[in-house]
Design a binder for this molecule. Structure first.
Ligand code: SF4
Length: 476
């Protein structure tokens, strides 16, 4: 689990997959709708029919996501495109004690998960095979080169190296990768460059090396500071490694995020509060705090652990929000809390329905052209992806997003932001007239789910509580 891995964060990998299955019957061709006007005035009219084509006067900001798909071991709750190091025919640098080695059966199939791999922080011993690392970095460069015609000349505002476990890659490999990015793309000055790190795979030297390679923000998948809960989650690191990684992040990076999870097997509200208190000791500029959910096709879905009941989870959530607000954090997105000026710019771009090029195994892209929005997906299996990238054809699937799907896609993201977005952003990012959703906005305002402010599309506290229902009102 990692910062980009909450439902909105998955935009770059999973949740941003084409949503054609959600659309209804195609609309008949219509002329382009009238110019935008405030939601309140528009709501008195019937919604306009959708045009065949969208039109952008200005393209959205562009971000780059790079997926590094390997992990030491698959966590039993994880539904991301992550692959155990050994699953691609490679071996971990040091086979894990007490296991039969890497492979699809390396995770126990009963819960709670058995003893985690304890990884002394100063020498985690986990690394990718150098030949695999070189090949994958080379494939990312080829992938980026082949993508250039679709983003030609557009400045890139943020870069995110997500996974998987990007910190399995050596600082030298990250240096080569970021050098290619800088050579091929116009990065804006002071672009945010984030790398996700797992406490079981980093040591002090690696952090310093990542920083020298140009990474200016790290996101640490701590999940908990309590060894019992890390064990129940099947994490490869223990509490000592979690604390050491947080400390090293604070020492080497001015800007960093800690990921935490709550609602864990056996967790009580007091345990959750202790995790938050531990995290605050490192004075993180950003905290992402996720509720553990049982996702389909995971070990936890097949063998569900005993989770805290709904009341306990609600108490944890209330305690987290109160404690972080008291500590000066802004709760700006469902799972994200930041000190003023420290919001994650990369994820904000997803939530504001900006554009992103996703390269690497299984990565998804959303790219706007003057008259349409494209979605692409790269080959998912690392081996297939590398073969395809070497052939110069890494894209497994691409299609144009139908205009009727864009309102829901926009709302799926924007409504996660506690402050919402300006109404004008709807047209700027979808290329559609606001009037196409005016009736549905009006109905959500009437039901107390959206704020009546005509200048913003902003969920109310009730709307945030019933976010799925609110988002689904914008399905075609
Ligand atoms: S470390 Fe993160 S990406 Fe890898 S298996 Fe665990 S949750 Fe998934």
């Amino acid at each position: 689990m990692a910062e980009h891995s909450d439902p909105a964060g998955r935009m770059a990998t999973e949740a941003a997959r084409p949503r054609a299955e959600l659309g209804g019957p195609a609309d008949a061709a219509t002329p382009r709708a009238e110019p935008s006007r405030p939601a309140e005035a528009a709501s008195v009219r019937a919604e306009l029919r959708l045009p065949d084509r969208v039109r952008f006067s200005q393209l959205p900001p562009l971000a780059l996501y790079m997926h590094l798909p390997w992990c030491v071991r698959k966590c039993p709750y994880c539904d991301f495109n992550s692959h155990e190091v050994g699953a691609s025919g490679q071996r971990p640098a040091h086979p894990e004690p007490g296991t039969a080695g890497p492979g699809p059966h390396a995770i126990p199939v009963t819960t709670p998960i058995t003893t985690p791999v304890t990884t002394p922080f100063a020498d985690s011993g986990h690394a990718l095979d150098p030949a695999l690392e070189r090949r994958y970095v080379d494939c990312l460069r080829r992938d980026l080169e082949s993508a250039l015609p679709t983003i030609w000349g557009r400045p890139v505002h943020t870069v995110f190296l997500g996974g998987g476990t990007p910190s399995l890659f050596s600082p030298d490999a990250i240096d080569v990768l970021l050098s290619s990015v800088r050579a091929l793309l116009p990065l804006v000055p002071a672009a945010e460059i984030t790398l996700e790190a797992n406490p079981g795979t980093v040591d002090v030297g690696r952090f310093e090396g990542f920083r020298q390679a140009g990474v200016n923000r790290v996101s640490i998948g701590v999940q908990s500071f309590d060894g019992r809960h890390l064990e129940a989650l099947g994490r490869i690191h223990d509490a000592r490694a979690a604390r050491a990684a947080a400390e090293a992040a604070a020492r080497h990076f001015d800007n960093f995020n800690l990921d935490l999870m709550y609602g864990l097997p056996g967790q009580r509200p007091a345990d959750c509060e202790r995790d938050i208190a531990f995290a605050l000791e490192y004075e993180p500029p950003h905290l992402s705090v996720y509720n553990l959910t049982l996702e389909p096709n995971t070990v936890f879905a097949k063998y569900p652990p005993q989770l805290p009941d709904e009341d306990a989870i609600a108490d944890m959530q209330d305690a987290i929000e109160a404690r972080l607000a008291h500590a000066g954090f802004e709760h700006y997105e469902v799972s994200a809390h930041a000190r003023p000026g420290r919001r994650c710019r990369h994820n904000l771009n997803y939530w504001q329905f900006g554009d992103y090029l996703g390269i690497g195994a299984g990565a998804h892209s959303k790219l706007s052209l003057p008259d349409r929005v494209l979605r692409q997906a790269r080959y998912r299996q690392p081996g297939s992806y590398m073969d395809a990238a070497e052939r110069g054809a890494p894209i497994a699937e691409a299609h144009e997003v139908a205009p009727r799907e864009l309102p829901f896609e926009f709302m799926l993201n924007a409504l996660r932001l506690t402050e919402g977005v300006p109404v004008t952003l709807f047209s700027e990012r979808t290329g559609l007239d606001l009037a196409v959703v005016a009736r549905r906005i009006g109905a959500a305002v009437a039901d107390g789910l959206l704020d009546p402010d005509p200048m913003r599309i902003r969920p109310t506290p009730l709307g945030l509580r019933f976010l799925n229902d609110l988002q689904q009102r914008f399905l075609d």
